[in-house]
Design a binder for this molecule. Structure first.
Ligand SMILES: Nc1nc2c(c(=O)[nH]1)N[C@H]1C(S)=C(S)[C@@H](COP(=O)(O)OP(=O)(O)OC[C@H]3O[C@@H](n4cnc5c(=O)[nH]c(N)nc54)[C@H](O)[C@@H]3O)O[C@H]1N2
Ligand SMILES: Nc1nc2c(c(=O)[nH]1)N[C@H]1C(S)=C(S)[C@@H](COP(=O)(O)OP(=O)(O)OC[C@H]3O[C@@H](n4cnc5c(=O)[nH]c(N)nc54)[C@H](O)[C@@H]3O)O[C@H]1N2
Ligand code: SF4
Ligand SMILES: [Mo]
Length: 766
C-alpha cells in the first residue's frame, strides 16, 4: 500500500517529501500540502503546511488554523500518554495501567448502580475524526445507557429535527448550491469567520464573492454587521431570536402575493401546502416588524426578490438554530426554499449524494418510517429524547439530583462541555461529584481536569482521515482520503482502538480486550445491511465473501470500514459489480481527492417520510407557531440582548493553546454599540459587567457600530484560567466563558437545543 506521505514532490530533495491531507479542524475540509523533513535519526518533522493547490475541492485555500496542525502536533501540553488522577493530581501512567484503572472502576460503577448510571458526552471534534466517527457508535451501544449527550444540542439539532419531520430523515439536510445560485439569503451564519457549517465548502468566502462577481446578490441577516455582512450586497440587522417570525412573514408574503410557486418537480412531491399557507397567514410583515426590527417594506421586497431570482437559496446556521425557536426557524428556511421553487434544483438548496456512508443513499428509497422523538425522557426535567440523546443542558441536574437513575459515571469523547454548554457553575461542580469520569482527549482542560482517567488519542497528523460526516453536507460530491502523515509513537494506540476498547470494557471485557473484535463486528454489520439493500450493487451477495475481500492485505480499522462504505456507496465499485467505481485503493492513488460533480436533483428517492412526500406542515411545527406568536411581544420588548460570534483564529474552546492563533489583541471582548455605551457609561477597553438570569461575567468593552443597538456580543469557548488545567498558552489569554450567561433551563423544546443567542442581559460598567 502506498500512502500519500510516500509521494515525493517533484522538487523534493532526499530529505524532503510532501504529504497531502484534508484539514480536520473545521467543516470546510481544505486540502493541505505538508512538507516533511527527515532528520539524521530518520524521524520526520513537519517543515511547512500550506494549501494544496491541486486539491479538487479547495484549490489551495487555507485559513490560519490549517497550518497549525504542526503546532498542535508539537504542543508540549498535548497529552501523549494517559493520565490517572491520584490524590487530586493527574499522573502520567502507561497504557496498561490506564486500562486496568478503567476496567476496575467502570466495572465497579456498573456493578453497584447498573449501566443506566453511566452517561456519555460526545463533542464536536468527533465529527472531524474518522476514527472517532466510526468507532463511537460501538461505544454508545457498549455503554448500554440511554444517558447520551452531545454538542448537537448546543448546535445543529434543530436542523436535524426539522429535516426529520419534513423529509423523514434527520440527516437529509438541504445545502445551498453556492456555486450556481443567483441569490443567497444567509441568516445567522458568518462563513468569513467560521468557513461554513452544514454546508461543506472550502473557500466559502471565495464562493460567496463569486456569486456577486457573476451578477448575483448576497443578503445577510444578522444583528451584527459580520465580515460576511460587510462583504454582502445588503445587511439586515434583525433582532436576535426572531428569525422564525421573519421567515414566517416571508412565507406569508409569498403566499399572499401569489408568487409562491413550487414548480412541477417539487409540487409533485409536496404535501401540506394548504395547511402551511393557513398557518403563516397571521404572520404579516407588519405583525412581525416590532419583534424582528425589520421594516415591512424590506420583508416584502426580500420575499419578492427570492421569488423573482432565476435561482435562490436560503441558508441559516448557529444564529438561527441555537435560539428559542431554532427548529421552527430551520423548518421555515426549507419552507421558503420550497415556496420559491428552489428546493432540489441547481442554484437552489439541494441534497448532496455522499460518496461514502450516506444515511440517505441506502435502504428503502422514496419513503420510510419517518421521524419521531420522545423514546424516553430525562429523569429530572422530563426532556424528550431526540435522535437518541438528551439535551446537554440537563446533564448537570442528572448528575446532581439523587435518586434512582442518578448519573454516577461519565465518559467524554472530544468534548469540553464545561466551556461549551450552558454552565452557570453547575456542571463544573457536578463533574466533581461523579464516582468516575473517563475522557478521551488530548488536553488536560476545563472539562478533563475532572476526569479520573484521560486517554489521549494520537495527534491529527498521526491519523488517517476522511470526512464521512461532513461530506453529507457538501456543495460538491467529493471523496478524499488522507493517510497518516506522521507515525505513532511506540505502544501508542489509534483513537479507534481507544474508543472500541472502552466499549468492550463497558460490556464487561477486561483490560486486555482486543479492539479488533469490535472492529470486525462493525464491518460485518455494514456489509450485512448492504447485501440486504435491494438497490445496492452488492444486493444478495455473501457478506462473508465481501468481508474477506475488503480485509485482504491486512487492512483493518476505520480504513477498512471506509473501503466497504465507498465500495457499496453510490459511486462505488460494488465489489466488482460496477467496474471503475471507487475504492479506497483508488483514493490512495488520488491524493488530491476525486470529484464526482455538483449536487444533482434527488427527489423523490431521498425522502423517507411514511407518505413519500415532503411534509410541509408537520403538526409539531405548526403547533410551535402558537408558541412563537405568544413570544413576540417579549421579543419586541427586550432591551439588551446577548449574541455570540466566532473568530477565524478560534475553534470553539480548544485551540487557544496555539500561540500563533491567540497572539495580538484580546479577542474575548464584549462588542457594544456606541449608543449603548453612552446609555450604560461604558468606555472602549474598560471592563463591563454582563448579567443574565443564569450568571454574571466581566469582559472588556469593544465599541463598534457593526452591531445593532440593544445587542451585545461575546464569543464562546473562553475562560481558561481555572485551576488544574495544563494549557500554558491558553491561560495567558484566558478570557471569560460566555456560557456562564446561558441559562441551562432555556431550550428550544422541539430539539432540546440550548438558547445561546438572544439572551436577555443587563450591562453596567464594572
Ligand atoms: N474560526 C472558527 N470556525 C468555526 C468554529 C469556530 O469556533 N471558529 N466553529 C465551528 C462550528 S462547531 C460551527 S457549528 C460553525 C458555526 O458557523 P456559523 O453559524 O457561521 O457561526 P458564527 O460565525 O458564530 O456565526 C453566527 C452568526 O449569527 C449571528 N447571530 C446571533 N444571533 C442571531 C440571531 O438571532 N439571528 C440571526 N439572524 N443571526 C444571529 C452572530 O452575530 C454571528 O455572526 O463554525 C465552525 N467553524
Ligand atoms: N455560547 C455558545 N456556546 C457554544 C457555541 C456558541 O456559538 N455559543 N457553539 C456550540 C457549538 S456549535 C459546538 S460544536 C460546541 C463544541 O462543544 P465541544 O465539542 O464540547 O467543545 P470543543 O471546544 O469543540 O472541545 C473539543 C474537545 O475535544 C478535544 N479534541 C480535539 N480534537 C480531538 C480529537 O481529535 N479527538 C479527541 N478525542 N479529542 C479531541 C479538545 O481538546 C477539547 O477538549 O460548542 C457550542 N457552544
Ligand atoms: S478553513 Fe481553515 S480550519 Fe477549516 S478546513 Fe480549511 S484550513 Fe482547516
Ligand atoms: Mo458546532
Amino acid at each position: 500500500m502506498t500512502t500519500r506521505a510516500d509521494q515525493a514532490t517533484p522538487d523534493a530533495s532526499p530529505q524532503t517529501r510532501a504529504a497531502y491531507r484534508t484539514c480536520p479542524l473545521c467543516e470546510a475540509g481544505c486540502g493541505l500540502e505538508i512538507t516533511l523533513r527527515t532528520d539524521r535519526s530518520g524521524g520526520a518533522r513537519v517543515h511547512r503546511i500550506r494549501g494544496d493547490r491541486d486539491d479538487v475541492f479547495s484549490h489551495g485555500f487555507i485559513c490560519p488554523k490549517g497550518s497549525t496542525l504542526k503546532q498542535l502536533d508539537e504542543d508540549p501540553d498535548r497529552l501523549r500518554r494517559p493520565r490517572v488522577r491520584r490524590d487530586g493530581v493527574h499522573v502520567e501512567v502507561s497504557w496498561d495501567e490506564a486500562w486496568e484503572e478503567v476496567a476496575r472502576r467502570l466495572h465497579a460503577v456498573v456493578a453497584e448502580h447498573g449501566a443506566e448510571s453511566l452517561a456519555v458526552y460526545v463533542g464536536n471534534p468527533t465529527a472531524h475524526s474518522l476514527d472517532a466517527m466510526l468507532s463511537s457508535r460501538a461505544l454508545l451501544t457498549g455503554l448500554g445507557t440511554r444517558n447520551r449527550f452531545s454538542a448537537s444540542t448546543v448546535d445543529q439539532m434543530p436542523r436535524h429535527v426539522a429535516s426529520g419531520y419534513l423529509f423523514g430523515s434527520p440527516v437529509t439536510v438541504p445545502v445551498p448550491d453556492l456555486d450556481r445560485t443567483d441569490y443567497l439569503l444567509v441568516l445567522g451564519a458568518n462563513p468569513y469567520a467560521s468557513n461554513g457549517s452544514l454546508c461543506t465548502a472550502p473557500d466559502f468566502p471565495g464562493r460567496l464573492a463569486a456569486i456577486r462577481e457573476r451578477g448575483g446578490k448576497l443578503v445577510v441577516v444578522d444583528p451584527r454587521r459580520s465580515r460576511t455582512a460587510e462583504e454582502s450586497d445588503e445587511w439586515i440587522a434583525i433582532r436576535p431570536g426572531s428569525d422564525a417570525c421573519w421567515l414566517a412573514a416571508i412565507a406569508n408574503v409569498l403566499v399572499a402575493d401569489g408568487v409562491a410557486d413550487l414548480g412541477p418537480h417539487v409540487g409533485a412531491h409536496a404535501a401540506g401546502l394548504d395547511a402551511l399557507a393557513a398557518a403563516v397567514a397571521w404572520f404579516t410583515p407588519e405583525r412581525v416588524a416590532a419583534a424582528t426590527g425589520i421594516e415591512p417594506a424590506v420583508t416584502r421586497r426580500i420575499a419578492h426578490e427570492l421569488a423573482g431570482a432565476p435561482t435562490a437559496g436560503v441558508y441559516g446556521r448557529i444564529g438561527t438554530t441555537t435560539t428559542e425557536f431554532g427548529t421552527t426557524a430551520s423548518w421555515l428556511i426549507d419552507v421558503v426554499n420550497v415556496l420559491t421553487g428552489n428546493l432540489d434544483r441547481p442554484g437552489g438548496a439541494m441534497f448532496p449524494t455522499p460518496v461514502a456512508g450516506g444515511a440517505n443513499t441506502r435502504g428503502r428509497r422514496g419513503s420510510g418510517r419517518g421521524f419521531s422523538v420522545g423514546r424516553g425522557r430525562t429523569r429530572v426535567s422530563g426532556h424528550p429524547e431526540v435522535m437518541g440523546e438528551y439535551p446537554v443542558s440537563a446533564l448537570a441536574e442528572e448528575i446532581r439530583t439523587p435518586g434512582d437513575g442518578q448519573i454516577r459515571g461519565l465518559v467524554t469523547v472530544a468534548g469540553n462541555p464545561v466551556l461549551s454548554t450552558p454552565n452557570d457553575g453547575g456542571l463544573d461542580e457536578a463533574l466533581d461529584q461523579l464516582e468516575l469520569m473517563i475522557s478521551v482527549d488530548m488536553y488536560l482542560n476545563e472539562t478533563t481536569r475532572h476526569a479520573d482517567v484521560i486517554l489521549p488519542p494520537p495527534s491529527q497528523l498521526q491519523r488517517g482521515h476522511y470526512d464521512v460526516l461532513l461530506m453529507q453536507f457538501a456543495v460538491r460530491n467529493v471523496a478524499n482520503y488522507s493517510a497518516p502523515v506522521l507515525p505513532l509513537e511506540p505502544g501508542q494506540p489509534q483513537e479507534w482502538e481507544i474508543i472500541s476498547k472502552l466499549a468492550m470494557i463497558a460490556q464487561g471485557a477486561g483490560a486486555d480486550a482486543d479492539p479488533a473484535v469490535v472492529d470486525d463486528m462493525a464491518l460485518a454489520s455494514i456489509l450485512r445491511s448492504a447485501v440486504r439493500d435491494e438497490q445496492s450493487p452488492v444486493a444478495g451477495r455473501d457478506p462473508d465473501e465481501l468481508f474477506a475481500e475488503v480485509s485482504a492485505g491486512g487492512r483493518g480499522g476505520p480504513e477498512r470500514m471506509l473501503d466497504a462504505m465507498l465500495r457499496t456507496g453510490p459511486f462505488g465499485d460494488g465489489f466488482g459489480a460496477e467496474p471503475g467505481g471507487v475504492t479506497l485503493d483508488e483514493l490512495l492513488d488520488h491524493p488530491h481527492g476525486k470529484d464526482f460533480g455538483p449536487m444533482v436533483p434527488r427527489l423523490p428517492e431521498v425522502l423517507r417520510t411514511p407518505s413519500g412526500r415532503i411534509e410541509l406542515a408537520p403538526p409539531e411545527l405548526l403547533g410551535d407557531l402558537d408558541r412563537l406568536r405568544a413570544a413576540m411581544p417579549d421579543l419586541a420588548r427586550r432591551d439588551m440582548v446577548l449574541v455570540g460570534r466566532r473568530h477565524l483564529r478560534s475553534n470553539n474552546s480548544w485551540m487557544h493553546n496555539v500561540a500563533v492563533l491567540v497572539k495580538g489583541r484580546p479577542r474575548c471582548t464584549l462588542q457594544v454599540h456606541p449608543d449603548d455605551a453612552v446609555r450604560f457609561g461604558l468606555a472602549d477597553g474598560a471592563p463591563a459587567r454582563i448579567r443574565s438570569r443564569a450568571g454574571e461575567v466581566v469582559a472588556p468593552v469593544e465599541l463598534t457600530d457593526a452591531i445593532r443597538p440593544g445587542v451585545v456580543s461575546l464569543p464562546h469557548g473562553w475562560g481558561h484560567d481555572v485551576e488544574g488545567v495544563e494549557l500554558r498558552v491558553a491561560v495567558e489569554h484566558a478570557g471569560v466563558s460566555s456560557n456562564v450567561l446561558s441559562d441551562p433551563d432555556a431550550i428550544d423544546p422541539l430539539s432540546g437545543t440550548s438558547v445561546l443567542n438572544g439572551i436577555a442581559v443587563e450591562i453596567s460598567a464594572a
